[in-house]
Write a protein that binds this ligand. Structure first.
Ligand SMILES: Nc1ncnc2c1ncn2[C@@H]1O[C@H](COP(=O)(O)OP(=O)(O)OP(=O)(O)O)[C@@H](O)[C@H]1O
Length: 224
């Protein structure tokens, strides 16, 4: 791992105000992510882990502070281009009606390209699904199968930074271990990974740097 920063947060604040409550998920958070890092993110439910990912992909903007990707402020990045490079795999899979193949080939079609059935089968194997799934309708899949198709489609984009929001929450132990192994391989190929998890055991298995987010503060924990 090099120490070259790929993402930087400088004094980032984010809060929400509604008529009924006020919540401040990020209070003056400053942190740097080195290129090729594998960071797990933990913290109680509702503390702002997903909010952080929304800010990193410009789905929302901070109230104050600056986020920089590859030396350039996020505000200067074209959002669709940014989101292919810093890619958010949502906690609830976003798939459209149609077959698994329709969904896997969507990013290529959007770019005016096409991908082969063989490549789509290899994407499915990476998430422990057989090629038989290619013709299955999205509506017929279980929550865990949808989650894996969603991850397979994201891997096809080969993002520089992969943001995973509880990607194994609907999976059994065997599939969870398979996905962990696949994402480790993705990381070892030189990519940066941020992984939100509620499981301290999973955080320990996945890497030695954990960010703990609570009460708006981000604490960096490095395992010995
Ligand atoms: N659009 C919004 N409007 C108002 N409040 C919001 C909005 N989005 C998030 N919040 C609030 O901000 C806080 C952080 O939410 P966030 O989804 O980031 O938490 P989280 O740590 O990812 O939670 P979980 O572990 O349950 O997924 C919560 O209190 C939530 O209710």
């Amino acid at each position: 791992m090099t120490s070259e920063p790929v993402l930087e947060l400088h004094h980032v604040f984010k809060s929400y105000h509604t008529p009924h409550y006020r919540s401040t998920p990020l209070k003056d958070v400053s942190v740097t992510i080195a290129k090729g890092a594998f960071i797990t993110i933990t913290g109680p439910s509702g503390t702002g882990k997903s909010t952080l990912f929304r800010l990193l992909t410009r789905l929302e903007e901070p109230d104050a502070g600056r986020i920089v990707y590859l030396g350039k402020p996020l505000l200067e990045w074209d959002p669709p281009r940014l989101r292919r490079k810093v890619h958010y795999v949502f906690q609830s899979p976003v798939l459209f009606p149609g077959t698994v193949a329709d969904n896997l080939s969507y990013p290529a079609r959007l770019a005016g390209d096409s991908i082969t059935e063989e490549y789509m089968s290899s994407l499915l194997r990476r998430v422990a699904l057989s090629e038989k799934y290619l013709s299955r309708g999205i509506g017929d899949l279980s929550g865990g199968e949808k989650q894996r198709v969603n991850i397979a489609r994201s891997l096809s984009l080969e993002p520089d930074i992969l943001l995973l929001d509880e990607p194994t929450s609907a999976l059994d132990e065997k599939s969870t271990k398979h996905i962990e192994q696949e994402i480790r391989a993705y990381h070892e190929a030189g990519h940066t990974v941020l992984w939100i998890t509620h499981s301290p055991e999973q955080a320990k298995r996945l890497g030695n740097v954990t960010w703990h987010l609570e009460d708006g503060c981000l604490e960096v924990l490095v395992a010995p």
